[in-house]
Design a protein around this ligand. Structure first.
Ligand code: T5A
Length: 225
């Protein structure tokens, strides 16, 4: 993104991301938080990565289907960022500019965890790509759902097992246990380094209890009733 298109006006909405390993319950909590915000009269856009815009959803298919070793790690990062820039320009930034709040199921912290730590590309290369392509654009708040990867992977496998093999978006679920343990450690590490942006919640609890912790935090952080 070479031109400056980041929203700066006073009505700019808030940008919230959910992060965490496979099957930790992000999509579930994204929808519940959106319902709370709508109940406060806030106009909310729900989205996800990779995907969220027409072009990014096409790139999603390239990234999530097929064998675990399908892409070289750098190619993979560039595909995630190609999708992210399209998503930012077509969906996220225009919505924030209109005053809508955007909640995304994953954003760039996933790239730092999955490709940076998981694939071993390291933090700095991805930080440079992030700065060049997004002008270092980050959410106002990131909610990290933390769980032992075994629990989330079991839920994700169960979900994928009822889907025809050629339609499964399970490329990353096929990476080994060590990979997923490394992701968890990296998410916690990123959260510890960015305490102003992150709120970490244990995902080993009931949907209602997790929701109640998140909603309490969001209300306080954004001064809602
Ligand atoms: N990726 C993504 C990268 O490698 N780099 C990147 O930069 C980005 C952006 C995305 C994949 O791409 C990778 C990461 C991922 O591997 P995806 O299909 O979007 O793929 O996969 P996930 O983001 O992992 O999403 P999932 O759908 O697998 O899991 P969620 O959203 O965390 O979990 P959710 O809410 O769908 O819940 C799973 C099941 O558990 C139940 C739900 O009802 C559902 O059945 N559940 C609970 N059950 C008991 N207790 C709870 N508290 C529960 N919460 C939910």
């Amino acid at each position: 993104m070479s031109e400056n298109i980041l929203p700066s006006n006073e009505i700019r909405g808030k940008f919230i991301s959910f992060e965490g390993g496979e099957g930790v319950g992000k999509s579930t909590q994204v929808k519940i938080l959106a319902d709370h915000l709508v109940g406060q009269g806030i106009d909310v856009v729900l989205t996800r990565e990779p995907g969220g815009s027409v072009g990014a959803e096409e790139i999603r298919q390239l990234l999530l289907k097929g064998e675990a070793v399908k892409w070289d790690p750098m190619t993979e990062v560039l595909l995630f960022y190609a999708a992210r820039v399209d998503h930012l320009k077509k969906i996220i930034l225009p919505a924030l500019e209109r005053g809508q709040w955007v909640i995304t199921d994953r954003y760039a912290d996933s790239t730092f965890a999955y490709q940076g730590a998981g694939h071993g590309l390291g933090h700095e290369i991805i930080a440079q790509i992030h700065r060049i392509t997004t002008q270092d654009f980050w959410p106002d708040m990131t909610i990290l759902l933390d769980a032992d990867p075994k629990h989330g992977l079991a839920r994700a496998h169960q979900r994928e097992s009822i889907i025809a093999e050629n339609l499964r978006e399970d490329r990353f679920e096929k990476m080994g246990e060590k990979y997923h343990k490394c992701l968890r450690d990296e998410f916690l590490n990123i959260a510890a380094k960015n305490p102003d942006r992150f709120f970490t919640v244990s995902a080993n609890d009931t949907i209602q209890k997790i929701d109640s912790r998140i909603w309490k935090h969001v209300k306080i952080a954004f001064n809602l009733n």
